[in-house]
Write a protein that binds this ligand. Sequence first.
Ligand SMILES: [Fe+2]
Ligand SMILES: [Fe+2]
Length: 332
Amino acid sequence: MDNERTEVHTDLESIFHWDYSVKFPQMDRLYENAKRDQWNVSTAINWDRPIDREVLDMSMMPMFQTELYRSLSDENKVQLMRKFAAWRLSQFLHGEQGALMVCGQLVDAVPDLDAKMNAAAQVFDEARHVEAFRKYITKLDRIYPIDPTLERLLRAVMEHDRWEPKYVGMQVVAEGLAIAAFRFMQRESKDELLREMLEYIMKDESRHVGFGMLALRDAVTKLKGKDKKDLEDFAFTACDMMVTKIVDGQPKDGFLSGAQVFDEVGISASDIEEELKRNPAWKEAEEATERQFNSFLFVDTIIPCLRQIDLINDRTASWYRQLGVMEFASAA
Ligand SMILES: [Fe+2]
Ligand SMILES: [Fe+2]
């Protein structure tokens, strides 16, 4: 890997499908919807509008209540918010590129033609999302590098030599992450341009989850023994990566690279440590925000999908419970 490119290798098989009859009418309808819902990033959105100076509503963030934040100059407060938004949007952008590539793999590898055509429609959706995020971030600030956890997730999905885990990793876990994160960001931003762009993208994403679930429901019932267990394991590994835990006193997993933006406005790691000592309520508020996000992500989005396709079952449910992402879902 260097700064400009990363290579990923896989033994994925490409499959031709010679029976051209429609096998899944529901898939066919989804493909019709995909064609109907195409939109043009350049013309659907008015890009001449300026981005709000205060792109995120900082008063909604735990950081807002800290001495550290209050000590920043007005200009640095604005810069911190814009850079934080740019970092987060950059992760969306990298995720979209991952989705674009994984869907390209699905076109090749899924055995059914109806699924190939839906995957092909999704390839173009994802290209459009790459286009939109790239355009917005370059207008806002700069593109930040990919977070190591996100890179690990995308690599695991790309490298897999079977197509079922690609559906689980991309269409359920990564798309779920995208939907939860977009919803969260929409709540925190008053910027019209961003809100409108996310609205368009989210419509496409919910169609993608629908496609993934339809394909998986059929595929999972055909998996037996070790293959089924492997898929259950893969689903859990992907979810596990999303959740930050403390191992030997150090945070592990989750998306932690956003901390680099503090440095850019002159806040050092030791400044943060001191503030945390002085103000333990900050840490609690950050943890509460994380719990709320995880609830959006797991309880509302990923867990119900994984249950539906029997990847959360008697064998695996306790893993999720231990990870702490089932609390509100146990009654579902
Ligand atoms: Fe997307
Ligand atoms: Fe998508």
